[in-house]
Design a binder for this molecule. Structure first.
Ligand SMILES: [Zn+2]
Ligand SMILES: [Zn+2]
Ligand SMILES: [Zn+2]
Ligand SMILES: [Zn+2]
Length: 353
């Protein structure tokens, strides 16, 4: 079988599982919905690996023939192995994506390998919906943006599924949001700010501003955790809150300024009054989470933050590439030879000679 044909079969199969998962929700079978949704995630990741090389989806290192492979006589990689392999291809999942998918996987395992009460109470159903809502929030941009060229052919299918998923979550999460309304109301009264959650679209994203300019936010409905930054608009001097992403339009009625990740980085670095002749220590690093080039800035608190994906890092997370000397949040091994995400390393350079 041609590799391309196998790839298409895998992707079609992944979509089948997604559809099944939605149907089962409609039929009040959340247990099967959870199992099938997780199967779809694994299939999409495997399809991405297979696109690179079919051998990458084999769990066992012993070689098998392509014929045996086409007959399905093998054990394929699980989420953790797929993640490791994608990482080595510099296509890895971010920590948040991996965490979310593995939690879904753990839930699935409890259902399949152990037992799970057949009678789901409404709380459990809400949790499963919230879990899937969050997983789709992470999976959708992986398929539609990060791996856009590879899943190009399925653009419409992905977008259609996204619509169905949004509709389902709007409908299913109404009850959970309803139950939380009085809690949210009480917190708002106590001065806590809430934002619209980019995942479940409810105004349930609770802001914690204890570490300004970083705003740590957590959604009470779907459990999404993202960061924001509070910055001063340089045009009108108003305080602006950018949640989850740097692209932002100033909310002052009289101001037409907009922000990009470059602007955010400038503002973050300005917080940290950097005197370059003062020390040799770097204050910008490459981001291993979103692959941003020098997008991570050192904050006055001593922590680091990416101006592009807003992930925060500790000083210990910052490593230096022995080949190009760039700072990066990526874990490096033998970087003199293998390089980092932004350089090829010495081995490549010597090989090219
Ligand atoms: Zn949410
Ligand atoms: Zn402004
Ligand atoms: Zn980043
Ligand atoms: Zn490097």
């Amino acid at each position: 079988m041609e590799n391309n044909e196998t790839f298409e079969n895998l992707v079609e199969n992944a979509f089948c599982f997604l559809d099944k998962s939605l149907e089962e929700f409609a039929q009040h079978q959340p247990k099967y919905s959870a199992i099938n949704f997780y199967a779809a995630i694994e299939l999409f990741l495997k399809a991405r690996l297979l696109h690179e090389d079919w051998k990458l989806i084999l769990s066992d290192p012993n070689p098998i023939s392509r014929k045996e492979f086409d007959q399905g006589n093998f054990v394929s990689v699980n989420l953790s192995k797929a993640h490791k392999c994608l990482k080595s291809m510099k296509q890895g999942l971010t920590n948040d994506e991996y965490k979310c998918f593995s939690e879904l996987g753990n839930h699935r395992n409890r259902i399949v390998h152990f037992f799970h009460l057949d009678q789901f109470d409404s709380q459990e159903i809400q949790n499963i919906v919230a879990e899937q809502c969050l997983a789709w929030y992470y999976l959708h941009p992986i398929l539609a943006k990060k791996w856009e060229d590879i899943f190009e052919k399925y653009k419409n299918q992905i977008s259609k599924y996204n619509d169905k998923m949004q509709e389902q979550h709007q409908y299913r999460l109404t009850e959970k949001f309803g139950q939380l309304k009085s809690t949210i109301f009480g917190k708002k009264k106590a001065g806590i700010k809430f934002h619209k959650c980019p995942s479940c679209k409810r105004e349930a994203l609770e802001e914690n501003g204890d570490e300004l300019p970083v705003l740590k936010c957590k959604c009470l409905v779907c459990s999404l955790e993202i960061n924001g930054v509070q910055i001063t608009c340089t045009a009108c001097n108003s305080q602006q809150k950018l949640i989850g992403q740097p692209e932002h339009q100033c909310t002052s009625s009289s101001c037409s300024s907009s922000f990009t990740d470059e602007d955010v980085k400038k503002i973050l670095l300005a917080w940290h009054v950097v005197k370059q002749d003062d020390s040799d220590d770097g204050y910008e690093a490459n981001c291993g989470e979103c692959q941003g080039e020098l997008s991570v800035a050192l904050l006055p608190s001593g922590k680091w933050m990416c101006s592009s994906c807003f992930v925060q890092f500790e000083q210990d997370d910052i490593n230096q590439c022995d080949c190009c000397n760039a700072l990066t949040t990526e874990t490096l091994r033998d970087s003199f030879w293998t390089g980092c995400e932004h350089c090829e390393g010495e081995s490549r350079r010597l090989g090219d000679k």
